[in-house]
Design a protein around this ligand. Structure first.
Ligand SMILES: Nc1ncnc2c1ncn2[C@@H]1O[C@H](COP(=O)(O)OP(=O)(O)OP(=O)(O)O)[C@@H](O)[C@H]1O
Ligand SMILES: [Mg+2]
Length: 450
């Protein structure tokens, strides 16, 4: 960006001064708009964006501070430089507090002004860059409906972006509840096929005989109950995505038929003598160890290679615990809204318990635990008592070892120990005080110091 692209607004009701400032700055090759009527300047500020605003403080009409206030509202990133006469330094300080970038006192050297303007420009550029980067980072806290900021989720987001606009088949593997279906939808709805349909079929839920006709359709009279022609799901997904959930549960005969559909790009409904061309992308999932299923002859290797052109492996939640706080907050907001409650927080102690837990059911389990907690919770914050026993109990690791690992201070260790005892006695403070060898008052004091 050349310096000429930098637009400056100069406001001073003193015509002579206004002209002088404008000339000097133009001499530095800035593009300058000099206005001596502050009301007019205010109007222009609302319409045009400037890189720096330079305004006198004491003016007829709208004062410099008012103009500053307006500028902060309409263009918060635009630095405002205040020019003040010697003796009004207090107003200048007020201006700084209100967010002015800098001030210069009259009389001043023009060089001083130019340096201040250049610094202000740099400052604006930096602020803009920070905003841009912040936005970039923030947007990566989620992708489509997926939430997570861990490096492994970042990789998943990148991969989804790269493959969305292709039509290659995708196999998504991962433990139950890791978000396989969400990822499949993100791929579909972000890519060229989003205008087509996303047809989901759960291969484990539908009996073998039904699955065949559901998938490939049938001709009227193909079997006793076939009263009319039926288009199969593969057809419905034409030009879109066929989502085959738990594809490894498919019986061998259907595996062979699906393989033919993929290889020949056409489908023949049951009882039909014709085949019909189709164009579908298949996204399938499995939470099984496919390699050993292939070895045991339960899943066709050739089909596996056709389905697994791109493989997406979703890591279990216990391997990306840094995503937990975001997920927890997301579900707290979601269920608080659904159940019309005003719970917006999870107590620190509960967060610790939740982070310590191993989450065998992955994100789905987080969703369920938070839903339950919001339902039970009678306070503003989710407390350990709102969490399932399983989670509270799993925390029973060796406190001393943990303290050592986490480099606790004696105070922290004391707090942890008190909390542990409290949980142990079901929150009964008198009992806790007895176990701890403290009187109740001391216990209360220590708890309040929290
Ligand atoms: N990264 C995530 N961000 C937000 N919600 C998620 C995420 N991952 C999963 N979920 C939510 O968790 C639940 C389970 O996700 P999903 O159904 O996609 O899992 P799955 O891997 O298909 O599980 P299964 O193998 O049991 O079918 C859904 O309600 C989903 O919205
Ligand atoms: Mg699923």
């Amino acid at each position: 960006m050349g310096i000429k692209d930098h637009k400056l607004l100069v406001v001073d009701d003193d015509l002579e001064m206004c002209g002088l400032l404008s000339d000097v700055l133009k001499g530095e090759d800035f593009s300058v708009l000099a206005i001596h009527n502050s009301f007019e300047a205010s109007k222009i500020l609302k319409k045009e964006e400037f890189d720096v605003v330079i305004t006198d403080l004491k003016m007829k009409g709208l004062k410099g501070l008012d103009l500053l206030e307006e500028a902060k509202q309409v263009a918060p990133l635009t630095p405002v430089i205040i020019i003040t006469a010697f003796g009004t330094i207090e107003s200048a300080i007020k201006a700084m507090k209100m967010g002015a970038y800098d001030y210069i006192t009259k009389p001043f050297q023009m060089d001083e002004l130019i340096i201040t303007v250049k610094k202000a420009l740099e400052n604006r550029l930096l602020k803009k860059e920070v905003m841009r980067l912040k936005k970039e980072v923030e947007s990566r806290y989620h992708f489509h409906h997926l939430i997570g900021k861990s490096p492994s989720m970042q990789k998943i987001y990148d991969l989804i972006e790269r493959i969305s606009d292709t039509s290659s088949n995708v196999l998504i593997t991962g433990e139950s509840g890791t978000g396989k279906e969400l990822v499949a939808k993100a791929i579909h709805y972000n890519g060229i096929r989003k205008e087509g349909r996303f047809i989901a079929v759960n291969c484990a839920a539908i009996p073998e005989t039904l699955l065949e006709s559901e998938l490939f359709g049938y001709k009227k009279g193909a079997f006793t109950d076939a009263k009319a022609d039926k288009r199969g799901l593969v057809f419905e997904a034409n030009e879109g995505t066929l989502f085959m959930d738990e594809v490894t549960e498919m019986p061998p005969t259907l595996q062979a038929k699906l393989l033919r559909v993929i290889e020949e790009k056409e489908v023949r409904p049951l009882g039909d003598t014709h085949s019909y061309p189709i164009d579908v992308r298949i996204i399938s999932t499995s939470n099984r160890d496919i390699k050993s299923m292939i070895q045991e002859g339960r899943f066709r290797e050739d089909l596996y290679y056709r389905l697994n052109v791109i493989d997406v492996q979703l890591p279990p939640l216990r391997e990306r615990k840094e995503d937990l706080p975001l997920l927890i907050q997301h579900f707290v907001n979601k269920f608080s809204n659904t159940f019309k409650k005003t719970i917006s927080e999870v107590s620190e102690e509960s967060i610790k318990l939740l982070i310590n837990y191993s989450w065998p059911g992955n994100v789905r389990e987080v969703e369920n635990v938070i839903q339950r907690a919001i339902t039970l919770c009678q306070h503003e914050r989710i407390l350990p008592e709102d969490l399932p026993q399983l989670i509270v109990r799993e925390e029973k690791g060796d406190l001393l070892e943990k303290a050592f690992d986490m480099k606790y201070t004696v105070d922290q260790l004391e707090k942890e120990y008190i909390k542990k005892v409290l949980v142990e006695v079901g929150g009964n403070k008198s009992k806790a005080a007895e176990v701890l060898g403290l009187d109740r008052k001391t216990l209360y004091r220590k708890l309040q110091g929290d």
